[in-house]
Design a protein around this ligand. Structure first.
Ligand code: SF4
Length: 724
């Protein structure tokens, strides 16, 4: 009888970062359960995590996995299988050719928060070190970049200051722009436990939709889309008027409060409530509970996600919420602080190695000459390029305009997940060569690849990830890679070494920039790059992770464990050690509703689906919760349009259209609509009456992005809705 093998690893879906134990028979994954010793989940798993073994089972994935390299000799032709040598030679040859003809900035790398830290590190060094381009961006730009910009603008570093254990110490939990019950289910279970164990803990939920999370709130504020900054300014106005701010904390640990006081002076609760579309009394109640007016010394914890981030004012929204924490001294102590919930499993780890077009290794800023010099010295190079790279939307726009000639896309599906799909499709068609490195053969982007490189995925990969609370966990393989799939870092190194042969001048006397024998050696180089930085992990080895389990950063050399909470000493990583208030003006949504497009469309995540469903879409039981996409509308709007539940409607924006069933929902405010983000062209495709292709939900969304974070406003656009 075959013995069951047990392998500790991490769930690949969301930023909660739950530990899993994978069961296998040596060749097949046969089961999965929560790791009772992992401090993120203590053995629990949500529906997606607990079915991981089923989505990995060979009968399910047969046909959906990409198992060998494929090359398309000309556009429109069927890709043909090739061997790895030819695939790697082709990738390196086409990249070198574009660099020689057009320079390194004609190449763009579009990566993923699903990649492991080691994968990310190698890709960044390949682009920014070897090739000399900062055109490296990722789908994390669509996920967390506004949270990053908000933290840096106010607190001085991209570092969530709280931990999951703070849930148990909070007196007020302020959940804003997050359907935690569906998007981070295991955290929501921990929140429910915290409320049960701490009677009197009160929850305020702020959302455009009355979600499952909102249903559990003690106070629910159903605001108009994009009005978060007005809400926070109005709350601060109330706090100031009622003497609820913490003058001692403001004086000792912050700068810029007078400018903010001036900004919020005009945001009376009456005005803010009117702009937000809520009752003035509710706004005042939220301000008092947030400031612990009736519980001096009480703790307030904010949890927030894409409702704040995916916005053309995302940085301002994040900063305006952090203002409230600084103004009330609700930071740097148990149960208190602003806590962004990460969407993807390793968006944090990616940023740690500099995986955005404006970053360098270990949270260094590309714009800082000293930081560039430090990274160049680490890599043994005279310099790294100063020219800013293109962010996600900018990269695809540059490809559509013919400025980026070659795209290398790894572990993500921009032909579904990026906004303004018509533009993205133009980019993929106009690029001279598109490399897609993927585990799955079924994503929309695969159809646009000239070269397909098969990659490993969950259960096969080796490396590390960082979750929402700065906790680094190991990812371990339970079974061998299927077919000819290889690890992402391995593929990047194999192409890089061929490029070194083509571009020997970029080595500056070194034998190679990629002297890695395995994933651990990559991690060790990344670890050294963090020395002296805010995320210093020079005290953390893979051996330590093996012996003591997941750890939170920072954990500098000599530390025995990572740090649970940041800024407990009131000192911030800014030039003067003080946090900075941000006095941002309120700006409405980028595309307000108007007569031709009178509905505000919100997109969101379902409980049992993940991203473009490349993995969850392989399992029938995950469609039991929501079987198909519908557009949810207020019942009054449905009636006014002469529609009944289930009627097919055409939803049209200035960029595209789609047809799907309408459904009445009490959670949707009048003149608004909501569609799940998960379905793309394969279900919602077709051709409109005017001949334009229908490209899924993101055929509707707009590419306008926040000037601070460059995160696009995926959460809102103006649409018309009519019977199809
Ligand atoms: Fe996986 Fe997130 Fe569910 Fe945890 S909460 S099991 S990390 S999907």
């Amino acid at each position: 009888m075959t013995q069951t093998q047990q392998t500790r690893s991490t769930c690949p879906y969301c930023g909660v970062g739950c530990g899993v134990i994978i069961e296998s028979d040596g060749t097949q994954i046969t089961g999965v359960r929560g790791d009772p010793e992992h401090p993120a989940n203590f053995g629990r798993l949500c529906t997606k995590g607990s079915t991981l073994h089923l989505t990995a089972a060979e009968p399910v994935t047969r046909g959906s996995r990409l198992l060998q390299p494929m090359l398309r000799l000309q556009r429109g032709a069927t890709p043909q299988p090739i061997d790895w040598t030819r695939a790697l030679d082709t990738a390196a040859g086409r990249i070198a050719d574009v660099v020689e003809r057009h320079g390194p900035d004609a190449v763009g790398f579009y990566l993923s928060g699903q990649l492991l830290t080691e994968d990310y590190y190698v890709f960044n060094k390949l682009a920014k070190g070897l090739l000399g381009t900062n055109n490296v961006d990722t789908n994390s730009r669509l996920c967390m970049s506004s949270a990053v910009a908000g933290y840096k603008k106010t607190l001085g570093a991209d570092a969530p200051p709280c931990s999951y254990e703070d849930f148990a110490h909070a007196d007020t939990v302020f959940i804003s722009g997050s359907n935690t019950a569906w998007a981070h289910p295991i955290l929501f279970r921990r929140l429910e436990d915290a409320r049960a164990a701490r009677p009197g803990q009160r929850w305020i939920v702020v959302d455009v939709r009355r979600t499952e999370t909102a249903e559990t709130a003690d106070l629910f504020l159903q605001i108009h889309p994009g009005t978060d900054v007005a809400l926070y300014h109005g709350m601060l106005h109330v706090m100031l008027a009622e003497g609820l701010t913490d003058a001692r904390y403001i004086g000792a640990h912050t700068t810029g409060f007078e400018a903010l006081r001036e900004t919020v002076s005009g945001w009376t609760p009456a005005r803010a409530a009117e702009v937000c579309g809520i009752a003035e009394a509710d706004l005042i109640q939220a301000a008092r509970w947030f400031a612990q007016a009736d519980r001096p010394g009480g703790a307030t914890l904010s949890l927030y996600c894409q409702g704040l981030n995916q916005s053309a004012a995302g940085t301002d929204k994040n900063a305006a919420l952090i203002n409230l924490h600084l103004a009330t001294g609700q930071i740097g102590r148990e149960g208190a602080g602003p806590f962004s919930l990460t969407g993807q499993p390793n968006a944090m780890g990616g940023r740690e190695v500099g995986g955005l077009s404006n970053l360098l290794s270990a949270h260094r800023d590309l714009a800082d000459p000293a930081h560039r010099a430090e990274v160049a010295a680490l890599w043994g190079l005279p310099d790294v390029p100063a020219t800013p790279g293109r962010s996600a939307v900018e990269m695809f726009e540059a490809a559509a305009d013919g400025e980026i000639r070659l795209l290398w896309i790894a572990c993500t599906n921009p032909a579904q997940s990026m906004p303004d799909q018509a533009m993205v499709r133009r980019a993929l068609e106009r690029a001279e060569f598109v490399i897609v490195q993927e585990a799955f053969a079924t994503t929309a982007t695969v159809a646009h690849a000239d070269l397909l490189l098969p990659a490993t995925t969950w259960g096969e990969k080796i490396g590390s990830v960082t979750n929402s609370e700065r906790r680094i966990s190991r990812v371990r393989p339970a079974v061998a890679a299927p077919g000819q799939a290889r690890h992402d870092w391995q593929i990047a190194i194999d192409v890089a070494r061929r490029l070194e042969d083509r571009l020997p001048e970029r080595l500056h006397g070194q034998a190679t920039l990629f002297p890695y024998a395995d994933a651990e050696s990559i991690w060790n180089e990344h670890r050294e790059s963090t020395r002296g930085r805010d995320l210093d992990i020079t005290g953390l080895s893979w051996t330590h992770l093996e012996q003591h389990g997941p750890q939170q950063w920072p954990m500098p050399e000599g530390a025995l464990a990572g740090r649970t909470r940041l800024y407990e000493d009131g000192v911030f990583p800014t030039a003067d050690g003080r946090a900075r208030f941000a006095a941002a003006a309120f700006r409405p949504v980028a595309e307000p509703v108007d007569a031709p497009y009178p509905f505000g469309l919100v997109s969101g995540r379902l409980r049992d689906q993940w991203h473009g469903m490349s993995r969850t879409g392989t399992l029938g039981r995950l469609f039991g919760h929501v079987p198909e996409p519908v557009v949810e509308m207020n019942a009054a709007d449905l009636g006014a349009l002469g529609l009944a539940d289930g009627d097919l409607v055409e939803v049209r924006s200035r960029r595209g259209s789609l047809v799907l069933a309408a459904q009445a929902s009490e959670g949707i405010a009048p003149r608004q609509a909501s569609i799940p983000m998960h379905w793309g062209e394969e279900v919602l495709g077709g051709t409109a009456a005017d001949g334009t292709p229908r490209l899924g939900v993101n055929g509707l969304t707009l590419p306008t992005f926040c000037p601070g974070s460059k995160q696009p406003e995926l959460k809102h656009c103006a649409v018309s809705i009519a019977k199809a």
